[in-house]
Design a protein. Structure first.
Ligand code: SF4
Length: 342
């Protein structure tokens, strides 16, 4: 498929596109919808970088800085673990005040307190921030992550790869090429990661297609991405103005196109924290096969207007998936099946 073919597909009607995506999804995963028992932990919102779309970092529209001490972060990790979380998803803003050691000491302390928890931590943007700030190579940062107990990497910071859009949205943050290089290096260490794309802001469909093709190319080379997560831009508390929120049709088309173009990435996640649980369930008919997890507590999407701050309990998540006509499958962070419900 060429980029022009993909663009033409995107412009076709929702249900034809959805049917094609659904065929691929069902051939890979039948009626399963994957979820995990996880907790998001965002230890600081103090950020040295500036992204126009961000409602999470501290700025004049969000004047509430916080930075957890290592003890406070470990207490939250313990609480999550005791509540059944099997994965901790740790993403921070780019905090220059805490020092390099804070990041790695945090991971070591969490792993010491909860050795069996899967630690998914550090976006490629954070890796690049630490390398840039402390004059380290990407390899040095990645090796220290592994030494400190990080198991896999989340997919954040990819935003949109197109350089001109990226320059407008988040000038100074990790470049597209570096984002891809960091994931390639991580995969070369035998580790897995996820990939994301922030959509529904100032980009056009051609930029989404370009983004998907760059990811497909790296996946063909490394096979290291477990899941792709199209992240919906949320409109609150940020510095992009006049953006019309993407509607359900556009969101579903983007998810469907992702499933088709990224056939080499095993899972497409409809991230309920951003889409809302109902649209995330509908998206399971349009190519998605994963809905994320219980989350327990969430700070990034909720700062931008999502209703996800308190997460979802396991029973509600399972019931919602069953009621939507799918088979809920609890997975671990690497997509091994742990329990099939119903
Ligand atoms: S998106 Fe990340 S890097 Fe950008 S301002 Fe927000 S916290 Fe900072």
């Amino acid at each position: 498929m060429t980029q022009s073919d993909a663009l033409a597909l995107f412009e076709s009607d929702l249900f034809s596109l959805g049917q094609t995506a659904d065929r691929i999804r069902r051939s890979q995963h039948e009626h399963k919808v994957f979820f995990n028992l996880n907790r998001h932990l965002n230890p600081t919102n103090v950020c040295a970088d500036y992204c126009r779309f961000c409602g999470f970092s501290v700025h004049r529209k969000n004047p509430n800085p916080y930075t957890l001490s290592i003890e406070e972060a470990v207490a939250q990790a313990r609480q999550a673990h005791d509540a059944g979380a099997k994965e901790l998803h740790v993403v921070s803003a780019h905090n220059q005040e805490v020092g390099l050691a804070w990041y790695f000491d945090l991971f070591k302390a969490i792993k010491a307190a909860c050795p069996d928890i899967h630690l998914k931590a550090m976006t490629a943007a954070e890796v690049e921030f630490l390398a840039r700030t402390y004059d380290l190579s990407f390899d040095q940062v990645l090796d220290r992550m592994i030494e400190s107990g990080v198991d896999s990497m989340p997919g954040g910071g990819a935003e949109i790869f197109d350089e001109s859009i990226r320059h407008y949205l988040c000038k100074g943050k990790v470049s597209s090429a570096d984002w891809l290089t960091i994931h390639e290096k991580w995969h070369a260490r035998g580790r897995k990661s996820n990939a994301t794309m922030l959509f529904g802001h100032v980009e056009d469909p051609i930029h989404r297609v370009d983004h998907l093709f760059r990811l497909a190319e790296l996946q063909a080379k490394t096979g290291g991405f477990n899941a792709f997560i199209p992240l919906l831009y949320l409109t609150k508390n940020n510095f992009l103005t006049g953006i019309k929120p993407a509607g359900a049709e556009e969101i579903l088309k983007t998810i469907a196109l992702s499933r088709i173009v990224l056939e080499g990435i095993p899972h497409i996640k409809a991230y309920w924290a951003m889409l809302g649980i109902n649209l995330a369930l509908v998206a399971q008919h349009f190519g998605a096969d994963d809905i994320d997890g219980t989350i327990q507590r969430e700070s990034i999407a909720s700062a931008a207007g999502a209703k996800s701050a308190a997460g979802l309990d396991q029973k509600s998540l399972i019931d919602l998936i069953l009621n939507a006509g799918f088979v809920p499958v609890e997975r671990d962070s690497l997509y091994n099946e742990l329990k099939v419900y119903g």
